[in-house]
Design a protein around this ligand. Sequence first.
Ligand SMILES: *Cc1c(COP(=O)(O)O)cnc(C)c1O
Length: 373
Amino acid sequence: MDRVYLSPPDMTALERDHLLGAFNENWVAPVGPDLAAFEQEFAAAHGVSHAVALTSGTAGLHLALLVMGVTPGDVVIVPSFTFAATANAVVYVGAEPWFVDAEEATWNADPALVAEALDAARDEGRRVGAVITVDLYGQCADHDPIRAACERHGVPLIEDAAEAVGATWRGASAGSFGDIGIFSFNGNKLMTTGGGGMAVSNDQALIERIRHLSTQAREPVLHYEHTEIGFNYRLSNVLAAIGRGQVQRLPAMLARTREIREAYVAALGDLPGVQFNPLDDRGEPNNWLTLVVLSDAARCTPLELIAALEAANAEARPAWKPMHLQPVFASERMFGGAVADDAFARGVCLPSGSSMGDRDLKRVIDAARGALS
Ligand SMILES: *Cc1c(COP(=O)(O)O)cnc(C)c1O
């Protein structure tokens, strides 16, 4: 009985052909034709005009904060309900993360709390370097009111779309809602290059700045000339080749993760105390992970459900632990918190990988139904 993972890589002969193509042409190099093609094809798939491929989503967040002019001592407003990388990048640039709670409808940053945090910073005479939104579990945040609040305060908006390749909101793509959008191709994300990331924007100058900083800030002269501190954050051509295959297969992967969510809802939705991560019908999520959310009426606890899936050799995990509950961020400012606390206490991520076959899906469903009936 093979282990079923939450979101393993979904690779086919197409990705292998791209990879071997790069290898056979000796483009095992820091640059190459696949890198530029991957950027163009990924940008086109997300309706943005410019993209730069990086070693990780975290590297993208780091450089996005730098090019948006965030400086030490700034405040950066961040959702508490996210993966630590979002907040870590804020600390890399010497800024202070101020956390806001999620809203019920999407589990993403509550626009009212973002506005409240912006007002509080102004009243206290603090400069806000940026607001970062997160498209959690592959569902876009409600960016319109957040964007409006940012514009009122003259604060840049960075969209952490690390989990949201291929998702849309009112027809526009994840990654297109901020001044800069960031994606991740880590091995556990819906689309992967083993490790990697992308920064996207409709502002070419911002992307060129990120490209410059990601390649050690080398000035365009023959000798090695540097006028500022750079980073080694560029994706390799070999990994970009894998990414090109993944972009081609993205529609099929999205169709499968959606089918998996629908199968869970159909098979478990009638059980007492069982709900799912909230989806807002203004958006079309990528269903990177489907979560069940258990109330007191459920026949088992979240930890018992995880144990039952483990007994069937299937991986399940609690929802992200909010940043304001993390020891490393315990002293940071927090606005609200009840929604994220509750989602963490009651949410369980189910295996949702686009490569999961029907037999494995049935095994997971049977184990979950057994525990929850
Ligand atoms: C995965 C993830 C990141 C980090 O991406 P890496 O490519 O792993 O560095 C950042 N933010 C969120 C919300 C993520 O889920």
